[in-house]
Design a protein around this ligand. Structure first.
Ligand SMILES: Nc1nc2c(ncn2[C@@H]2O[C@H](COP(=O)(O)OP(=O)(O)O)[C@@H](O)[C@H]2O)c(=O)[nH]1
Ligand SMILES: [Mg+2]
Length: 292
């Protein structure tokens, strides 16, 4: 890949994004379904660094009022809500902010485990357009575990204010996934984002994400052995290869998740529940009719 941060350069501000918020509400393509998360056709997760606008997007799309702000403990539980777009129903999961899937704090583990083991149909990585390089770190890690990803480059208004131009089209080509620019607080770019989510959810668009190179042959054998052992304990474990690599790297939190059976609880493997029935928690969200 060419350096994706080369897409971030200073220059004249891009043309103002069209205000699509009003038109999508008027055309009723988007229906906010609040906490009615039953009968969803697709599960969509919002992941990203803290303060990138995940909860703002969540509130705008579901009509709920998830707390915004980042003081400790505030967003440890994930919030869930629903919306319908173009006649399909989506369950939307607002994950705690996370910088990395590798060394994780307790709330980052909530996000990591959901992405790894509950396997949402689409993961929307919400990135801060003014701190793209730092945000792409998590994006690349997410692309290692799922290829059904949309990158939402949010805070485009802030980027514009700083004279930054983000070439989302080129970034999409470099990463091999749809990339959409938004200014969520103003409702800009949301229609494009919803279409990108629909494209990936329905597999109309097949992502071909860039991945790290294959590990050397010696390591490959060790990974294969560990995957076999993991599958003996958890026959349906998703992303077993990723888990094996973390074990080889000495990731204590993954080791503990296996030892304590926490991993089984997240995946629903031991109880035989489906991924769509993994723990729902929407106690941090409440209905609200305002747009954001
Ligand atoms: N300027 C601007 N601010 C935004 C945008 N999206 C969210 N914010 C603000 O950024 C802050 C963090 O947003 P929040 O949704 O809580 O981020 P989260 O931590 O990712 O859930 C809040 O003050 C939002 O109002 C945007 O597109 N532009
Ligand atoms: Mg939040």
């Amino acid at each position: 890949m060419s350096d994706p941060t080369s897409m971030l350069r200073t220059g004249p501000a891009v043309a103002t994004l069209p205000c699509e918020a009003c038109s999508i509400y008027r055309s009723a393509q988007l229906k906010k379904l609040g906490v009615r998360i039953d009968r969803a056709d697709h599960v969509v997760a919002l992941a990203g660094n803290p303060n990138t606008g995940k909860s703002t997007l969540f509130n705008t799309l579901t009509g709920l009022r998830q707390h915004t702000g980042n003081w400790p403990g505030k967003t440890v539980t994930r919030a869930e809500g629903a919306f319908a777009f173009n006649g399909r129903r989506y369950r939307l999961v607002d994950l705690p902010g996370t910088y990395s899937l590798l060394s994780t704090s307790p709330d980052e583990q909530v996000a990591r485990d959901f992405l790894l083991f509950a396997q949402p149909d689409v993961t929307v990585v919400v990135a801060d357009a003014t701190r793209l390089e730092r945000n792409l770190n998590l994006t690349l890690q997410v692309l290692e575990i799922t290829n059904r990803v949309v990158l939402c480059v949010n805070l485009m208004d802030e980027a514009q204010r700083h004279g930054l131009v983000v070439d989302t089209r080129q970034l999409g080509r470099d990463l091999g996934i749809p990339v959409v620019g938004t200014a969520a607080r103003r409702g800009q770019g949301l229609s494009e984002l919803l279409h990108a989510i629909e494209d990936v959810a329905t597999r109309r668009v097949q992502c071909q994400p860039i991945r790290l190179p294959e590990p050397p042959p010696a390591l490959r054998q060790a990974i294969q052995d560990l995957v076999q052992q993991l599958h003996r304990i958890y026959p349906d474990l998703p992303n077993a290869r990723w888990v094996a690599m973390r074990l080889l790297a000495g990731d204590e939190s993954i080791l503990n998740a296996i030892r304590t059976g926490e991993l089984a609880a997240v995946t629903g493997l031991s109880t035989g529940t489906t991924k769509a029935e993994t723990r729902a928690s929407h106690e941090t969200a409440r209905p609200d009719d305002s747009h954001a």
